[in-house]
Design a protein around this ligand. Structure first.
Ligand SMILES: CCCCCCC/C=C/C(=O)SCCNC(=O)CCNC(=O)[C@H](O)C(C)(C)COP(=O)(O)OP(=O)(O)OC[C@H]1O[C@@H](n2cnc3c(N)ncnc32)[C@H](O)[C@@H]1OP(=O)(O)O
Length: 304
């Protein structure tokens, strides 16, 4: 991967490359001149997120690669944020297509194994990473187009909802939606806000309470996706849409996007810590842990 962003990081963290990269990606870095050292991010080859830049076109394709189902593990979330940050800082890139490298699955959503049987400190770290992913994507200055080439429940749907435009493959087996209630859990307010901003209040109320997973044609009808095309045209269509959006002057489009989205993002930014505490206490409940364990068991038994 030809990404060569240089990140200034605190020298103390050199002992822990993983934590250092995460800190840099999440913005926990010393200011320039603060005694850090410069390292090329290219040295740390990404494994869960593949980025294919096309500088001539000013675009990149970002592919999630966390088989079998692209669950959003802490590692994938961290790599996603790092990759996005590099692209934001790359002056040759103005737009990104987000898609999946796993056949038939865009993303299975948050990684249930990160939310089951762990300790409160882990839940807090995980939730902070989920928040960070959403904030970075939702407020990105880049044009983001989701090429939804597979199933996209819950957190997978959330990623698609952060994009400026969604193209979905026409396979009726691929469903998209915020199905949290089916797991006995509740979509956080910022998931809900992002959905309401996309499909409106009444449709969101119904979709969220019932945990609806929409097949492509229904997703199109309700406005959850913008275009449905045959599977082999998803990426090319997403790239064409990207080109249309990139015909608009960046500064005008970016200011408009920010004007539309900032109030929603600010709601979370103002109460990030409280939101983390809320998540930790909710997810730590015995009843919630039991529900999630049962759901995971059901997924496993489906095979046998
Ligand atoms: C106050 C705050 C409250 C908390 C808010 C929390 C918000 C939560 C958001 C979420 O995103 S929760 C996750 C929701 N995701 C789902 O419900 C999807 C579950 N998965 C599926 O429906 C299916 O796996 C699939 C995506 C449709 C793919 O089906 P397929 O038949 O292709 O694969 P499977 O055999 O089902 O799965 C393979 C393998 O992967 C494991 N797995 C599936 N999904 C997840 C996941 N989200 N996290 C972790 N692991 C997952 C599944 O158990 C199988 O494992 P093995 O049996 O191979 O060990």
């Amino acid at each position: 991967m030809a990404l060569t962003a240089v990140i200034r990081v605190p020298s103390r963290a050199l002992l822990r490359p993983w934590a250092r990269l995460r800190d840099a990606a999440l913005g926990w870095i010393e200011p320039a001149g603060g005694g850090g050292v410069e390292v090329s991010a290219q040295r740390f080859a990404s494994q869960k997120v593949l980025v294919e830049p096309d500088p001539a076109a000013g675009v990149a394709v970002m592919k999630f690669k966390n088989p079998p189902v692209n669950s959003l593990s802490l590692e994938l979330l961290t790599e996603l944020v790092i990759s996005l940050e590099k692209l934001e800082n790359d002056k040759t890139v103005r737009g990104v297509v987000l898609t999946s490298d796993c056949p038939g699955i865009f993303s299975a959503g948050l990684d249930l194994t990160e939310m089951c049987g762990r300790n409160p400190a882990h839940y807090a770290e995980y939730w902070k990473a989920v928040q960070e992913m959403w904030l970075r994507l939702y407020l990105s200055n880049l044009v983001l187009v989701a090429a939804i080439n597979g199933a996209s429940p819950a957190g997978g749907c959330l990623i698609a909802l952060t994009c400026d435009y969604r193209v979905m493959a026409d396979n009726p087996k691929y469903c998209i939606g915020l199905n949290e209630t089916l797991l006995g859990i509740v979509a956080p307010f910022w998931f809900k806000d992002n959905l309401v901003n996309t499909i409106g209040h009444r449709a969101s109320e119904r979709a969220l309470q019932l945990g609806l997973l929409f097949p492509p044609t229904e997703a199109l009808q309700v406005g959850m996706v913008d275009k449905v095309v045959p599977k082999d045209q998803v990426q090319s269509t997403a790239l064409s849409v990207l080109a249309q959006w990139m015909a608009i002057p960046d500064h005008a489009r970016q200011l408009t996007k920010n004007m539309m989205r900032k109030p929603t993002a600010d709601r979370l930014l103002k109460q990030r810590d409280a939101d983390i505490q809320n998540f930790v206490s909710f997810i730590s409940r015995d009843s919630i842990q039991k529900s999630l364990q049962m759901y995971l068991e059901k997924l496993k038994q489906k095979k046998g």
